[in-house]
Ligand binder design. Structure first.
Ligand code: 5GP
Length: 212
């Protein structure tokens, strides 16, 4: 067979990748959002779910880009309609991931990243068979606590509640498939690890549509 027609055959074989879900979770203050933003500057083959929340927007939130902010009533209506793939009360507010949006993106072949808390992560692991789960953690618990205190966007009481909740979150760590250590001053390393995970997961045999 001429080389050209071999290349032509290969091209035809390479159909779009099947989409899959990657949960990026971990303790509050681990910097999961920062790691994901860094990866976004490196690659563009994933979409990040925009959660629905009852938390009021704060300083850095761009409404409709980071979250869809809704009332408690609207949130519970969505829960009763079965609109969420997962939802949880996190630090006194409700957060949920819209099921229909995730399903649409998977059908289009995207890697769908869910940046969610540990309770939500465990729900998604139970509900979806094929899911990759990543636990982001600082190398030292005290660093996460300091990050929360320094962020300056939350009430003191809220910060202390987040710190208390993180103990239970650490206990769930071994239920995740991967760990990404986000050490202070080493964001590039954390982003490189998450990038490597996405690349490896994308190459899993059962996710390819290429068949002999
Ligand atoms: P924040 O209010 O600081 O943006 O987020 C608080 C926590 O809620 C973070 O741990 C964040 O990952 C988590 N979170 C954001 N969206 C969702 C969601 O849709 N579901 C769940 N379970 N947690 C979420």
């Amino acid at each position: 067979m001429a080389e050209d027609s071999v290349n032509e055959t290969n091209k035809k074989d390479i159909e779009p990748q099947m989409g899959f879900v990657v949960i990026v979770s971990g303790v509050s203050g681990a910097g999961k959002g920062t790691v994901i933003e860094k990866v976004r500057s490196i690659r563009d083959d994933f979409v990040l779910s925009i959660s629905t929340t009852t938390r009021t927007p704060r300083g850095e939130d761009i409404v409709g880009e980071h979250y869809h902010h809704v009332s408690d009533d609207a949130f519970h209506r969505l829960v009763s309609e079965g609109a969420f793939l997962e939802w949880a009360e996190v630090h006194g507010h409700y957060y949920g991931t819209r099921k229909a949006w995730v399903e649409d993106k998977l059908r289009e072949g995207w890697i769908v990243i869910l940046e969610i808390d540990v309770q939500g992560a465990l729900q998604v692991m139970e509900r979806l068979g094929d899911v990759t789960s990543v636990f982001v953690t600082p190398s030292d618990r005290k660093v996460a606590h300091e990050r929360l205190r320094r962020r300056g966007t939350d009430e003191k009481e809220d910060i202390e509640r987040r710190i208390r909740n993180s103990e239970w979150e650490y206990e769930q760590m071994n239920r995740f498939s991967y760990i990404v250590v986000n050490e202070s001053g080493k964001l590039d390393e954390a982003a490189a690890t998450l990038t490597a995970i996405l690349t490896a997961e994308k190459a899993r045999m059962h996710r390819t549509k290429i068949r002999p």
